[in-house]
Design a protein around this ligand. Structure first.
Ligand SMILES: Nc1ncnc2c1ncn2[C@@H]1O[C@H](COP(=O)(O)OP(=O)(O)OP(=O)(O)O)[C@@H](O)[C@H]1O
Ligand SMILES: [Mg+2]
Length: 404
């Protein structure tokens, strides 16, 4: 009998935590390899956008795609979009990183410096109505800023010029540049619009720079609201919960490396509890490991451990998000939770906003501020017109168990 050592617990619940086994994403990784290969050869290719609920593994996949790009000697940079933050500074820092990665492979340091000077000009051009530079950013670029390129102040023009110049460095090296944007739904409308325009321009030129985005399920709607052609610009990949085989692999492959096995019934119960959502797979896996006295892990071990996993999820996954909502927004979500419950499978369905208004005895229009604020906070999204749904899996179920 093998003892299950808590020190060697391999599971990693947590936002952006690299899982011990990236299960069930082979299709996405293969598709990205094709994209990298085609773009580096100047073939027309759409940029990738990953969408999915909270905790399904978008950030982790984005990081893995980035590693794949680095493995092919691409220049890469990553940003995490934030509401109310302009794209200019983060994009500058990310592209700086990308160019630094490419520079050692480039034959002509002067050409690289030219592009860096354009990058610096772009970064220093701050769109502040008061003309003040609020956050002084020192780009760490030693060359003086260029004049008359990427510094018009119009983000759309500037991005196209910057991307074109950055891509030319990659062309010289024979690879490409990939800019990764996490939480992409949080970009402001002007930035989304500019980004689409820049991607459009670059793909027409066959320039090897792609944007790889990740965000909540309504991200495609955010992009097409900015530019109607965005549907042709991006290849959307819905990142979903793991199927049974992948969820089992996510648990058993790391365990096998520690000489620990699961009984079939333990895996049955773990899948029932996690629903295949990667965050939950890691959370239940971790708690179960800590409680299992020996290998093989049994369904009884899972049963003993489950309350601990649930308590941790209640704090770290659900509670921390619920805390971000105001009292009015909480009331809105509670009404949503009551209406979204499906007694048959305990999953959450999308809810018509009109029904929420009725349940709360309010006029629909009076609830728009709460709804919009919750969308902005990334707690709910509007997939189909006139309905809202939780971005957090099992959130409705969690709220239904909470005392008011
Ligand atoms: N393919 C996978 N196999 C196993 N575990 C995974 C997989 N993808 C992600 N995870 C685990 O799921 C958790 C959530 O991953 P991640 O933070 O990437 O999700 P996310 O979609 O970015 O969530 P959010 O929308 O909250 O940012 C992490 O603990 C991670 O280790
Ligand atoms: Mg994430």
């Amino acid at each position: 009998m093998q003892c299950v050592d808590p020190v060697r617990n391999p599971y990693a619940p947590g936002a952006g935590q690299r899982p011990p086994e990236l299960a069930g994403r082979g299709r996405e990784l293969d598709a990205f390899d094709v994209v990298l290969e085609r773009v580096a050869r100047g073939r027309p290719e759409r940029s990738l956008v990953l969408t999915g609920l909270r905790g399904v593994g978008k950030t982790v996949l984005l990081n893995t795609l980035r590693s794949a790009a680095i493995g092919r000697l691409w220049g890469t940079g990553k940003i995490e979009a934030r509401p109310d933050q302009s794209l200019r500074r983060p994009v500058s820092a990310a592209l700086h990183m990308a160019i630094r990665e490419l520079a050692p492979h480039h034959r002509d340091p002067d050409r690289v410096d030219e592009v860096l000077s354009v990058l610096k000009a772009f970064a220093l051009r701050v769109n502040d109505p008061n003309g003040k530079i609020r956050d002084r950013w020192s780009p760490g670029i030693d060359v003086p800023p260029a004049r008359g390129r990427a510094d018009s102040g119009d983000i759309e023009i500037d991005l196209v010029e910057l991307f074109t110049d950055a891509a030319s460095v990659a062309t010289d090296v024979g690879t490409g540049i990939a800019l990764f944007i996490d939480e992409m739904q949080d970009l402001g409308p002007a930035d989304v619009s500019a980004l689409c325009a820049a991607c459009h321009e670059l793909s027409q030129l066959g320039a090897p720079l792609i944007v790889v985005g990740a965000g909540l399920p309504h991200l495609p709607a955010v992009l097409s609201a900015a530019k109607s052609y965005s549907e042709r610009l991006f290849r959307y990949q819905r990142i979903d919960r793991l199927d049974r085989v992948s969820a089992d692999l996510a648990l058993s492959a790391p365990a096998a490396r520690e000489d620990v096995e699961y009984e079939a019934k333990a895996l049955d119960l773990l899948y029932e509890k996690s629903g295949g959502y990667p965050y939950f797979v890691q959370a239940y896996g971790k708690a179960t490991w800590d409680h299992a006295p020996q290998s093989p892990v049994t369904d009884a071990d899972v049963r003993v451990a489950a309350p601990e996993a649930e308590a941790e999820l209640a704090v770290g996954f659900f509670g921390s998000r619920f805390e971000r909502a105001t009292p009015a927004e909480r009331e809105y979500m509670r009404a949503m939770a009551t209406l979204s419950g499906d007694p048959d499978n305990d999953m959450d369905a999308a809810v018509p906003t009109a029904e929420i208004a009725t349940a709360l005895g309010r006029k629909p229009a009076s609830l728009s501020p709460a709804r919009d604020a919750l969308i902005k906070k990334g707690l709910i999204y509007s997939g189909e017109r006139g309905t809202v749904a939780f971005t957090v899996p099992h959130f409705g179920r969690y709220l239904r168990t909470q005392p008011v």
